[in-house]
Every structure is written in structure tokens, then in C-alpha cells.
Ligand binder design. Structure first.
Ligand code: HEC
Length: 189
């Protein structure tokens, strides 16, 4: 087996002292090392100049991303219908009943009269009872315990469950949650 390093020319130092067959040599620093070494110094200087001079900052980048997201959200909201397309649509109402019984009834009771969540059949509305407000209540949730359903249900199912909600018998007596909310001018949907 040949020695792997035996082909590297060895530059013995002039004052080389050989002890026990081991001598000192004066080989040049390899090119790759110098390129890497000085390259990193140059890179470091450029990086510092760029970092300090360009005005870039982590919080600035975060801010810009948040603004982009807000703009996207606003754009998305603008494309949502502001009217329920399923008023009086029997098939949609039947599908909406499934959603309501499965999900909403847990907190609002199957007849909508309220349990953990407020009554949805009395004339008292905290966040409004026009189509858009109702959709926002369900899609994005409300702070005092109403979860957002937008991602899980999607717009279609939310509109359908609201179309079903309209068909539930109304009640004139204040239901659960009523005292905190004055009646709206429009009354029930
Ligand atoms: C985990 C319990 C829970 C579930 C499930 C739930 N809600 Fe609610 N909901 C609440 C609570 C609590 C509030 C009151 C929130 C507040 O006052 O900030 C509320 C508020 C509302 C409001 C606004 C009422 C008002 O007075 O303005 C509507 C509309 C509504 N829910 C509809 C629905 C529909 C439709 C579903 C099914 C997709 C649903 N909720 C599922 C708990 C729930």
C-alpha cells in the first residue's frame, strides 16, 4: 500500500532539525484555507455593513408580514357574501339542521333557547342579527365562549346552519344571555 501523503512535496526548513527521524517543514497554507479565511472576513464586513446600513430588522420583517396577512384577510372578507344565499331553501335548511344539531345545539340547545351560549330565538342580540353579523359571530367566534367555526365548517355550512336557525320557533321571552344585550331594532331574523 502506497503512502497517501508521500506525493506532497515537502519543504524542509533551512534550520530543520531532525530528531528521531521527524523533521520540521515549512509548507504553505493551502489555498482553500486562505480563500475561506479571508473570504469569511470580507463576508463578515459586508454583512455588518448591510445589517446596520440597510434598515432591515426582524421586527420590521414581522410587521410587513402581518400587514400582508391583514391585507389578504381583508381581501378574503370582501369576497364573502354578505347575504345568506339559503333563506327558505329547503335542502340547505335540512343540511343546516344537521350542522346545528350536531354542533351548535350543544351550547345553544336544539331549540336555540340557549344553555352555555345565549338564546338565538329571543329578540335580544348582542352582536347583531343581520346576515353579516350572524355570519361573523359563527365564522370568527365571539369573545365570551363562542368558538370560531369558519375553518372547520366553511362558509356554505355556516350559511346553511343560519338558514335553519331562522326556521326555529321564536320566543318573545328573554332567553339565556338576554339581560346583557338590549333588543335590536330589527328584532329576530
Ligand atoms: C362551545 C359552546 C358553543 C358552541 C358549540 C356554539 N356556540 Fe354560539 N355562542 C356561544 C357563546 C358562549 C356565545 C356568547 C359569546 C359572547 O357573548 O361573546 C355564543 C354566541 C353566538 C351567537 C351570537 C349571539 C348574539 O347575541 O349576538 C350566534 C349567532 C351563535 N353563537 C351561533 C352559533 C352557531 C350557529 C353555532 C353552531 C355552528 C354555535 N353558535 C356553536 C357558545 C357556543
Amino acid at each position: 500500500m502506497s503512502e497517501p501523503f508521500s506525493e506532497i512535496p515537502e519543504l524542509a526548513r533551512a534550520d530543520e532539525a531532525v530528531r528521531d527521524g521527524i523533521g520540521e517543514e515549512d509548507n504553505p497554507v493551502p489555498l482553500w484555507f486562505n480563500v475561506g479565511f479571508y473570504g469569511l472576513i470580507v463576508f463578515g464586513i459586508l454583512y455588518i455593513v448591510y445589517y446596520l446600513g440597510s434598515g432591515w430588522s426582524q421586527s420590521g420583517q414581522y410587521q410587513a408580514e402581518m400587514e400582508r396577512a391583514e391585507a389578504l384577510l381583508a381581501e378574503h372578507r370582501a369576497t364573502l357574501p354578505s347575504k345568506n344565499p339559503y333563506h327558505d331553501d329547503a335542502n340547505a335548511i335540512a343540511e343546516g339542521k344537521q350542522v346545528f344539531d350536531e354542533i351548535c345545539s350543544v351550547c345553544h340547545k336544539p331549540d336555540g333557547s340557549g344553555l352555555v351560549g345565549p338564546s338565538l330565538v329571543d329578540p335580544y342580540w348582542k352582536y347583531g342579527d343581520d346576515d353579516e353579523s350572524l355570519f361573523t359571530s359563527v365564522s370568527e367566534g365571539r369573545p365570551l365562549g363562542m368558538p370560531p367555526w369558519g375553518t372547520q365548517l366553511g362558509g356554505e355550512k355556516i350559511w346553511k346552519s343560519l338558514a335553519y336557525l331562522e326556521t326555529l320557533p321564536k320566543s318573545d321571552t328573554p332567553g339565556v344571555g338576554a339581560p346583557q344585550a338590549p333588543p335590536t331594532a330589527g328584532g329576530t331574523p
